[in-house]
Design a protein around this ligand. Structure first.
Ligand code: MSP
Length: 642
């Protein structure tokens, strides 16, 4: 792989505002770009807007604007959304820029003066007749229609017949196939490679590269009455932006001498995996190195569409979760490359579990302990034991694994690697229990454990940086890094011992404040005191004072005059107790007897309806369903939970 990395997103139609489908691909490209930069590769990240075509002209007319005014206004929405998501593109291409228009002109001229291997003109005039859907910006076939309407836009397509120019695609099908088979053009994931090879086998007709009837477009240099067909205008953005027409040096640098990766959605596969490489071959240019085709997602089970009014604006998610979490959540809902679904409840669930609980808590715990036990400075480690070495090895090898997945564009797996390290570190902290080391006055061990914790956090902050750029930088600041040290690199993530003992750490805030679920929100409508209790954070020491045990329910009966309460006898192995629990509406006495449940045994006894309740059982509720907390293996009664 050359050490120059060029990544692109599709250019987005500008007749609409950005939605999370656009954001999805752009975030993925940004993560790739950031990772490759961290690997020391010279990187160029291109995105932009696709601004020509009848649809833009029609929308502009409806709004009483010129097409250019509409494009200018809407391109800004995309730039704004990318700014809010912290997208680090290097160039924003707009197809109405004269630079792009010139490059398309050059490409069209080159195509029209080119011949195929058997001496035929690559571009030739012909008559085109077809059903044209203005919404799709493309001719569609009879078999695509549902009840005579374009299924996408619920509109009857227009029958267009016109003289225009054709690209002799048929002469390039074998060559494109060869590129794919020889892996000179890598198509990912594998099923999209197969799909493309299938299309090539079926055979594809030559396609028309111009339109007479579309006025908002780039005129053909050799026949200005005709405008370039949208895809012939759009695809060359990948080279217009890097100087195809006006900067041969840059073009060589970023096309010929770089590793070129296009990210696209599955709906635009054919144009990218077949039309585009064929056009490049026809003018003697190499194809891109990789085209990665991601899936489509639905929103809460439904296709995102204006008619259903379920189009999600990325800014909405940014307001809800913040930029970092939005990036993380969109990327991790389902594997990149597959179809999936975005669901508000799952977003909140993942936010709370991965970001608030796993990562956020780890950071605040470790830094808090450094502040309270080590005078607020990175401690000096002594000799390492097996557990320290184990975590150190896991941490220093995580970068290789995470970047390995990035190179294969398995973004979810890359995130999972780092999350696994976060979880191992949480386990390490729990097992080492620095609060006990402090209590026992074992300073040497305490400082070693906290040094290991801080170093792993540094590595995590580097490896999470591409997905969580702001919060990762904040973690680095908390660890006392400053200036140049704040910039993470992959090589730094592979070495140990970067943090200097004695460096002051900063005061941590909650990096990812927990988000209340709907059920919790309902709960929090309860009195103010209850709310305070729910929101208060407790330390691990406080938590460990609570004695959770497994108990078996051996007797149960209803409490007279209280339809919510059951009086239970529970067996804790060493003793039996009586408790009163508010579960009668979810469990009958018969249903609950014999269950192994989890109880808190060291709460002060409470008198409920005259009965002394000497423990409290645990149950989960979302406000509607109530479920007892149990154990899923047959552990002994009285077992401690921790
Ligand atoms: N302008 C063309 C691309 C030209 S590239 C030379 C275009 N634009 S688009 O705005 O309609 O779509 C851009 C991208 O958004 C596509 O890759 C498409 O797959 C993606 N998405 C649109 N809706 C989506 C989902 N619901 N889910 C995931 N991605 C989706 O096509």
């Amino acid at each position: 792989m050359p050490s120059r990395f060029f990544v692109t997103t599709p250019i987005y139609y500008v007749n609409d505002k950005p939605h999370i489908g656009h954001a999805y691909c752009t975030i993925a490209a940004d993560v790739l770009a950031r990772f490759h930069r961290m690997n020391g590769e010279e990187t160029f990240f291109l995105t932009g807007t696709d601004e020509h075509g009848s649809k833009v002209a029609q929308t502009a007319e409806k709004l009483g604007k010129s097409p250019q005014e509409l494009c200018d206004a809407n391109a800004l929405f995309f730039k704004e959304a990318w700014k809010n998501l912290n997208i680090t593109y290097d160039y924003f291409v707009r197809t109405t820029d004269s630079r792009h228009e010139n490059a398309v002109g050059k490409l069209l001229n080159n195509l029209s003066s080119a011949n195929t291997d058997d001496g035929q003109k690559v571009v030739y005039p012909g008559e085109y007749t077809g059903l044209y859907c203005v919404g799709c910006e493309k001719f569609i076939t009879e078999k695509d229609l549902v009840n005579g309407l374009c299924p996408e836009h619920q509109k009857e397509p227009e029958r267009l017949s016109e003289k225009n120019y054709f690209f002799r695609l048929s002469s390039y099908l074998k060559k494109v196939e060869k590129l794919i088979l020889e892996n000179k053009l890598t198509l990912l994931p594998e099923e999209r490679r197969k799909e493309t090879l299938g299309l090539l086998k079926q055979g594809l007709d030559d396609f028309s590269i111009s339109r007479e009837k579309v006025s908002w477009g780039i005129p053909l240099p050799f026949d200005p009455k005709q405008n370039a067909y949208v895809w012939v205008d759009a695809l060359p953005n990948y080279i217009s932006a890097i100087g195809y027409a006006d900067d041969p040096e840059q073009f060589k640098k970023w096309w010929k001498d770089a590793y070129v990766v296009h990210l696209i959605g599955k709906d635009i596969l054919k144009f990218h995996t077949i039309f585009w490489p064929a056009m490049l071959l026809a003018v003697g240019e190499k194809p891109p190195d990789v085209i990665f085709v991601h899936g489509y997602f639905t929103v809460e089970g439904q296709k995102m569409s204006k008619t259903l009014k379920n189009v999600v604006d990325p800014n909405f998610l940014v307001n809800e979760y913040g930029p970092d979490a939005t990036r993380y959540l969109l990327l991790t809902q389902f594997p990149f490359g597959q179809d999936g679904d975005i669901d508000q409840r799952r977003l909140v669930g993942k936010y709370n579990s991965d970001l608030a609980n796993d990562l956020g808590n780890l950071v605040s715990r470790v830094i808090h302990m450094v502040r309270t036990y080590c005078k607020g400075a990175i401690p000096q480690p002594s000799s390492y034991d097996e557990s320290d070495e184990g975590l150190k090895n896991e941490a220093t090898s995580c970068g290789e694994a995470a970047f390995g997945h990035v190179k294969a564009i398995n973004l979810n797996q890359s995130v999972d690697e780092v999350l696994r390290l976060v979880r191992s570190t949480n386990r390490y902290v729990e097992n080492q229990a620095p609060w006990n080391l402090e209590k026992d006055g074992n300073k040497e061990r305490l400082e070693t454990v906290l040094y290991v914790g801080c170093e792993v956090l540094r590595i995590i902050s580097a490896l999470f940086y591409p997905v969580l750029p702001n919060k990762s930088l904040r973690i680095r600041e908390l660890l006392g890094l400053s200036g140049e040290e704040l910039n993470p690199s992959l090589s730094e993530a592979k070495i140990w011992g970067v943090l200097k003992p004695g460096t002051k750490v900063d005061k941590p805030e909650s990096l990812f404040p927990r988000i209340q679920t709907r059920g919790e929100r309902r709960e929090s409508a309860k009195p103010e005191t209850a709310k305070k209790e729910a929101a208060a954070e407790i330390s691990f020491e406080e938590f460990s004072k609570i004695d959770f045990r497994v108990a078996e329910v051996i007797e149960a009966q209803k409490v007279k005059g209280a339809d919510k309460l059951l009086r239970l006898k529970i067996d804790l192995g060493a003793e039996q107790r009586e408790i009163v629990a508010g579960v009668a509406q979810a469990y009958s006495p018969d249903q609950i007897v014999g269950k192994k449940i989890v109880v808190v045994t060291n709460l002060k006894p409470a008198k409920i309806r005259g009965i002394e309740s000497r423990a409290m059982l645990l149950a989960a509720t979302d406000g509607e369903i109530l479920s007892l907390v149990g154990v899923d293996k047959d552990v002994k009664k009285g077992s401690k939970i921790g």
